[in-house]
Design a protein around this ligand. Structure first.
Ligand code: FAD
Ligand code: EPU
Length: 343
């Protein structure tokens, strides 16, 4: 059984607390309900908008769609080898509690991705990443239903074309699939990734030269709590823009003109620049426009003070992007998915 509701307010279903609504809304907590929800949408000629925790969306106005909120849960152990375990995780499972659970089982690989809000099913959409690790490091396969006809299919990780905040789900397969589960391969022998500078500094400051995966998890949680605002108190969607990745020559030219501009060399020879630095340099840190503002301590985070609307937030984002383009000749790209308005 699924229960579809009409004209549902979405304020509580997005971490920016934007006051949008959905023409139709269904919350599905068991796999059997997912094809039924797709059938309902087809019968009523409404597109399907899958939603997890709403921590990476900007909702503007009324969504003429069936908003399908996934709250399926469960973890299945598919295989265990001498050094790894293969898990199938339901799409609606909350990411951070799942990461904590893997560590309690002695599985490692996800500790650098602690405290990222959202669901397991949303993780491949933008190949979530933090502190030197991306989902791509452990993703094996993505299971999904095709929205058009409910057909079940599986994509191997290499077919997901995962990149920095990017995947095939943002391009050719955009809006075509409902991800139902994700297969992850985790290590059963402790190994850690601690090269990310902020993480290394934190571990060194605590005398943890060779930390356990649990200690890396604890460090990441502590760093994130200190740096990023809690959406429950200051509604936000994390980083509002992607960090731009430039050809090395262009990055070097900018670094020669703007003293102190950091640059992070990538494996392909290009250089990633911190969008937060560019925005801060343009004077936006802490700047307010009505009920929306740039966070005082992190220039990449836009905050809704409660009464803000999606249009206001996007107007502020456009103002920031225009100033950054004027100053640095860099086009910033909005990171969260925008629904109901042109970004
Ligand atoms: P939603 O916001 O609900 O959805 C995001 C997109 O995915 C939408 O287009 C939606 O339609 C689609 N989608 C969701 N579930 C499915 C599904 N099952 N099938 C098909 N499509 C689906 N991200 C990082 O990568 N690294 C970070 O460090 C990070 N830090 C953050 C910190 C804060 C404070 C916040 C608020 C966000 C942060 N994010 C970060 C962004 C966000 O947490 C991730 O993008 C997360 O994966 C979104 O999960 P969600 O369930 O909330 O997705
Ligand atoms: N900085 C500033 N001003 C600020 C904040 C930061 O100049 O107000 C500069 C500093 O030089 C700092 C650098 O920006 O060293 C990078 O800042 P930070 O370490 O906070 O990381 P980020 O680049 O802003 C990225 C991800 C985060 C992820 C962290 C840790 C993107 C778009 N964002 O942020 O992901 O948690 O690295 O790996 O890649 C998200 O996607 O929502 C998100 C929070």
């Amino acid at each position: 059984m699924i229960e579809v509701r009409r004209d549902v307010s979405l304020g509580h279903y997005n971490t920016l607390a934007l006051p949008a609504s959905a023409a139709a809304f269904v919350e599905v907590s068991d796999d059997a309900g997912l094809p039924r929800a797709l059938e309902w949408a087809a019968q009523h000629e409404l597109p399907v908008l899958p939603l997890g925790e709403g921590s990476n969306v900007v909702l503007v106005g009324e969504q003429q769609a069936l908003l399908l909120r996934l709250s399926t849960s469960g973890v299945e152990e598919l295989e265990r080898g001498p050094e790894h375990v293969l898990l199938r995780v339901a799409a609606g499972q909350r990411w951070h509690p799942f990461v904590a659970w893997t560590l309690a089982q002695g599985f490692c690989g996800l500790e650098n991705l602690a405290l990222i809000p959202g669901t397991v099913g949303a993780a491949p959409i933008q190949n979530i990443g933090a502190y030197g690790v991306e989902l791509s490091h452990c993703l094996v396969a993505v299971h999904a239903l095709r929205v058009a006809d409910g057909a079940a299919l599986t994509l191997a990780a290499q077919d997901c074309r995962l990149g920095y905040r990017d995947s095939v789900f943002k391009h050719e397969l955009c809006d075509q699939l409902l991800i139902t589960a994700v297969d992850l391969r985790l290590a059963t022998r402790a190994q850690t990734h601690t090269a990310y500078p902020a993480l290394r500094d934190h571990l060194d400051a605590h005398g943890l030269g060779e930390p356990t995966p649990q200690q890396v998890f604890d460090a990441v949680v502590a760093i994130r709590r200190a740096r990023l605002p809690d959406p429950a108190r200051e509604p936000n969607a994390g980083s509002f823009f992607k960090n731009p990745v430039l050809e090395a020559a262009q990055a070097q030219a900018l670094q020669a003109r703007f003293a102190g501009l950091p640059g992070y060399p990538q494996d392909d020879g290009r250089v990633k620049l911190p969008a937060a630095w560019l925005i801060e340099h343009c004077g936006f840190k802490g700047r307010r426009r009505g009920a929306v503002r740039v966070h005082r301590e992190h220039a990449l985070v836009l905050v809704n003070d409660g009464a803000g609307r999606g249009e206001e937030l996007l107007a502020l984002a456009r103002e920031i992007a225009a100033q950054v383009a004027d100053t640095f000749a860099i086009e910033l790209e909005i990171e969260p998915r925008v629904y109901g308005a042109a970004a």
